[in-house]
Design a binder for this molecule. Structure first.
Ligand SMILES: [Zn+2]
Length: 223
């Protein structure tokens, strides 16, 4: 079977192809999704160190910023997670191997690299979730050792939409934890980017999220 040509995207002033997910139309998510007052948006780790120029940058990670900025005004409840590590965090290595989940020093609490991307439109009422604050524990998920689940439940939120960096690490862990906590969970695919090391990791992560019950959507289907 020959795949139809992907639609063109000129949002960033250049022409890019959409990521083509053959499952997207199969699961019916091309239909509009109406955002309700009991929906929450979780924006994962849009921090300088994860964007180009940062110490642990995701390739073209900053390109999700305009997509997320268009999503934010649609939601009454916005949560922003951030890696907020102590300087001696257990994941830090001076000779990081990446694939074994050792990383260069990144997102040290209070450092410039830990700041949110300067173009991210942070709403006044957004709740910031700090994670990875324990020097001896890794925390990819925005739910791990945080009050996020309680914040969501206290607000009566039962459906969440996840965007951010990186698809195959912190986004995936956040989505899987959200499902385990009983939230109906959507992955906003074009509002995420991944590390993809080794190659194929992003596709594998998306499959794992879908198999666990997450629904992939694209940002343009939101009303
Ligand atoms: Zn980290």
């Amino acid at each position: 079977m020959v795949c139809p040509p992907a639609p063109l995207d000129r949002r960033w002033g250049k022409t890019y192809h959409h990521f083509f997910n053959p499952n997207w139309t199969e699961n019916g998510r091309s239909n509009p999704v109406r955002i309700r007052s009991r929906d929450g948006l979780i924006v994962v780790d849009i921090q300088k160190d994860f964007c180009p120029g940062g110490s642990l940058s995701v390739d073209r990670g900053d390109r999700v910023v305009p997509v997320i900025n268009r999503l934010i005004p649609k939601f009454s409840h916005v949560f922003l997670s951030r890696d907020w590590h102590p300087p001696n965090h257990c994941s830090f290595s001076h000779s990081p191997k990446f694939v074994d989940k050792s990383w260069p020093v990144h997102c040290v609490a209070g450092s410039p690299g830990a700041e949110f991307h300067p173009l991210l439109s942070i709403p006044e009422l957004a709740i910031v979730i700090d994670k990875g604050v324990d020097p001896n524990r890794e925390a990819y998920s925005a739910f791990e050792e945080t009050n996020l689940a309680k914040f969501l439940r206290d607000r009566g939120i039962d459906r969440i939409f996840v965007a951010g960096l990186a698809t195959d690490y912190c986004v995936k862990s956040t989505v899987l934890d959200a499902l385990n906590q009983g939230f109906e969970t959507f992955l906003v695919q074009d509002a995420c980017r991944g590390v993809d090391n080794p190659p194929g990791s992003v596709d594998k992560a998306i499959e794992e999220m879908k198999e666990s019950g997450a629904s992939p959507v694209r940002s343009e289907v939101f009303e």
